[in-house]
Design a protein around this ligand. Structure first.
Ligand code: SAH
Ligand code: DHB
Ligand code: MG
Length: 227
């Protein structure tokens, strides 16, 4: 797949994201990204505008219990935790203890640590345990861990969601590579299978939105679990 975007366009998207941030996101926890980078974590957190979008979506859905797959430094976790009503909780799953340790520090500094349960391990090992716990029915699920396993994560998300829940998945467009049926890239293949699964799942109603900005060209899946 030829790269269809260029550096000039990317610079402009980033500049406009800066403009959006200055206008609408005075409460951006930007220091989280500095800590992440200082700790050697990759710069793949959602952008400020995307973090605020997650916050708004979780608010609109009235989510009291939120599940996140892929914590990294806790940047998106902080946005999700901020959306919680009194008594709400976020469970976030992270493969690497090294990432989880950075996230815990950041969550504490953001003043939301008491609302967040950071669990460490492969998400596919942790998800069945959430399922056994009958009290766990999530109102909002954010999928943002390893892309090759998105199909399995979606199956689990549907199981763990209450009717009426919203499932959001990051990185479902991959600079447009998602339309390349012959891609050998495991992430692209995972996302393509995920997209087909979502599209054919009768218990949900979904769409995807392409995004440009500080993180380049990608997109979100928005998946409503029917009542
Ligand atoms: N949601 C974060 C970014 C997550 S980056 C934010 O926007 O701020 C993806 C994260 O998923 C990385 O920290 C990576 O270690 C984690 N990850 C990768 N494979 C995983 C797995 N099998 N189970 C759980 N987490 C995984
Ligand atoms: C990658 C992961 C992400 O969650 C993301 O938003 C961007 C990039 C990655 O693994 O490369
Ligand atoms: Mg992502």
């Amino acid at each position: 797949m030829p790269k269809t975007t260029n550096r000039r366009a990317e610079r402009q998207w980033a500049a406009v994201d800066g403009y959006i941030g200055d206008l609408f996101i005075p409460d951006d926890p930007a220091w989280v990204l500095k800590n992440a980078s200082a700790a050697g974590l990759p710069p793949i957190s959602v952008s400020p505008a995307q973090g605020k979008l997650l916050f708004l979506l979780a608010k609109v859905s009235g989510a009291k219990k939120i599940l996140e797959l892929g914590t990294l430094a806790g940047y998106s976790s902080i946005w999700l935790a901020r959306s919680l009503p009194k008594g709400g909780r976020l469970v976030t799953l992270e493969l690497l203890e090294r990432h989880a340790a950075v996230a815990r520090r950041n969550l504490a500094r953001a003043g939301v640590a008491s609302l967040v349960d950071v669990r460490v391990g492969p998400a596919l090992d942790l998800l069945p345990r959430l399922h056994t716990d009958r009290l766990q029915r999530f109102d909002f699920i954010f999928i943002d861990a390893d892309k090759a396993r998105y199909p399995e994560y979606f199956a689990w998300a549907v199981k763990l969601a209450r009717p009426g829940a919203l499932i959001v998945a990051d990185n479902v467009i991959r600079e447009g590579a998602v339309i390349d049926a012959r891609s050998k890239d495991g992430a692209v293949r995972g996302v393509r299978t995920f997209n087909r699964l979502v599209a054919s799942e009768r218990r949900v109603s979904a769409t995807e939105i392409q995004t440009v900005g500080a993180k380049g060209y990608d997109g979100f899946a928005l998946v409503l679990v029917k009542k």
